[in-house]
Design a protein around this ligand. Sequence first.
Ligand code: TUI
Length: 312
Amino acid sequence: MNRNPICEMLDIEYPVIQGGMAWIADADLASAVSNAGGLGLIAAMNSNGEQLREQIIKAKKLTDKPFGVNLMLMSPYIDEAVEVVCQEKIKVVTTGAGNPAKYMQKLIDNGVKVICVVASVALAVMVERMGACAVVAEGCESGGHVGDTTTMALVPQVVDAVNIPVIAAGGIADGRGMAAAFMLGARAVQMGTRFLTAKECNVHPNYKEKVLKAGDRDTIVTGKSLGHPVRALKNNMTRQFFKMENDKNTLPEELEKMGAGALRRAAIDGDVKSGSCMCGQIAGLVKSEDSCKKIVTEIYSDACNLLGHEFV
Ligand code: TUI
């Protein structure tokens, strides 16, 4: 019998959750991760209500396993997304990049399990009180929007502060990382960068190739001055952004303008020079394009071999 609390709560086989990557995590990727026995997620960030509904309907056709939706709280479509999630009877959502207070009760009242991505102990404690069923403690090794505490420091502090299960994210891409996360007290892992290079991931091939070729020092965080720091692969765009951000004559609006649409340019159009290739520091470890089935089963069996099956 599987006694892992996250597997029991979500009715999944392996305690492996896919990151809700904006412009990347669509029905194809989410259903492939769910069919592999993990929890796949559709990113709501880049879709209006009807586009999100289309992806949900598609995923329902592609898998009979549970899957969820990631609600990015800074999204212009967040209100529509919450509405569609409730209407489509989505079983679980993850929230990220903000405080989900405004939406918690509505989601819970509609029977949606809410797992909040947090980058601090304070927010973890707050969302537990609001009814979150688990938290993802996401360290700053992650790609995309990041906090400033590392996974190694954040996870055990969040584990000690809350009574709900903790899912670790940031810098995890193989069985060693998963085993380490479990040793810190996490009961599951969330991975973005590893699934970004999955065979079933529809991100533009240029982006995938850049991630597969990246080394350990190839990411950079920009956007701190705007209040939303983002980790992405170094390229023309991030170098220019970094330079302008450190120039006191640059106006915040100029930076906002540069950042707007940058993820879409890289993920959809394949412009990996002037677009933003968000990805985590663990990219240097990810060297092959594998199926979601291989990713999920291999990371779990490697972690089991390191930890002992009863522990995972
Ligand atoms: O949300 C993410 N990662 C993301 S969202 C994203 S989309 C984007 N597109 C363009 C520009 C910027 C972002 C790409 N990657 N991860 C979850 C996460 N949430 N990481 C950190 C946090 C977080 C940080 C601060 C959550 C809450 C918070 O403070 C909330 C508060 O008000 O206390």
